[in-house]
Design a protein around this ligand. Structure first.
Ligand SMILES: Nc1ncnc2c1ncn2[C@@H]1O[C@H](COP(=O)(O)OP(=O)(O)O)[C@@H](O)[C@H]1O
Ligand SMILES: [Mg+2]
Length: 229
């Protein structure tokens, strides 16, 4: 039987049964692949605009795979199955739905507890996710458990002596935790604690995040302008 581990990028693509995201511009295709009774998710920049595909694609793939390797074994993070060429990753498929599709009242209190636990676990392993504000990056597994995907924007804990990097890392860890409170605020606001309410009130105004958002947006816009058709 054909195994997902042996197929070429084209053969993998030919076995796509679902599109989570259609690529193009600066974005990857994210596809569900099925071969025999195996399933996996292919994140593939090969169809992004040429310069993006050539430069940003391989960098993003390297970055994301580095985080996934560091997080190997953490329950709630998809396993990296393999890197396919320079432009694509094959990931463990997590059956379930994206938090974005869950209506208000659709998540029980335990979900948020588990989600905090997952976020703390990422941080114990030295990885801040940095993009948990996007609800598309939070999955509710078929078993009801939280999962985090899309580690393209992650920030890793710096070395002991690198105090600046350590400090920034701490801020991003805090932002990950606030993302849990944000989801709670939109789906189950009655569960918010006083501490979470205060964290949410402070949230939008920290200069680091404002700067990060500003830099992020500018880099994205400039590179999009330069690199895409
Ligand atoms: N391992 C996975 N298992 C199941 N669904 C996934 C997985 N990875 C991604 N997805 C789905 O694909 C969508 C896009 O993937 P993502 O990695 O967030 O790409 P992008 O960088 O384009 O946001 C996610 O919002 C999620 O719905
Ligand atoms: Mg995403």
């Amino acid at each position: 039987m054909t195994s997902l581990r042996e197929l070429s990028l084209e053969d993998l693509r030919a076995r796509a049964v679902k599109t989570f995201r259609r690529g193009g511009g600066s974005r990857p295709d994210v596809l569900l692949i099925r071969a025999g009774n195996e399933q996996a998710v292919l994140k593939d920049y090969s169809r992004a605009d040429p310069w993006f595909g050539r430069l940003v694609g391989p960098l993003s793939i390297r970055r994301e795979s580095r985080a996934l390797k560091q997080l190997e074994g953490v329950q709630g993070v998809p396993r990296l199955l393999r890197i396919v060429g320079h432009n694509a990753l094959l990931l463990e498929y997590i059956p379930g739905t994206s938090a974005r599709e869950v209506p208000a009242g659709g998540l029980p209190p335990q979900f948020f507890e588990r989600f905090y636990r997952l976020v703390d676990r990422l941080h114990e392993f030295g990885v801040a996710h940095c993009d948990l504000r996007s609800e598309g990056n939070i999955l509710v597994g078929a078993d009801g458990e939280p999962h985090a995907v899309d580690f393209t924007a992650h920030f890793r804990r710096g070395r002991e002596w690198n105090l600046a990097a350590r400090w920034i890392y701490g801020k991003f860890c805090e932002a990950d935790r606030v993302a849990v409170a944000r989801l709670k605020n939109s789906r189950a606001p009655e569960l918010l604690t006083e501490t979470e309410k205060q964290a949410l009130a402070r949230d939008r105004n920290t200069w680091l995040e404002k700067t990060a958002r500003y830099v992020g947006k500018s880099v994205r816009n400039i590179s999009r302008f330069l690199l895409t058709r």
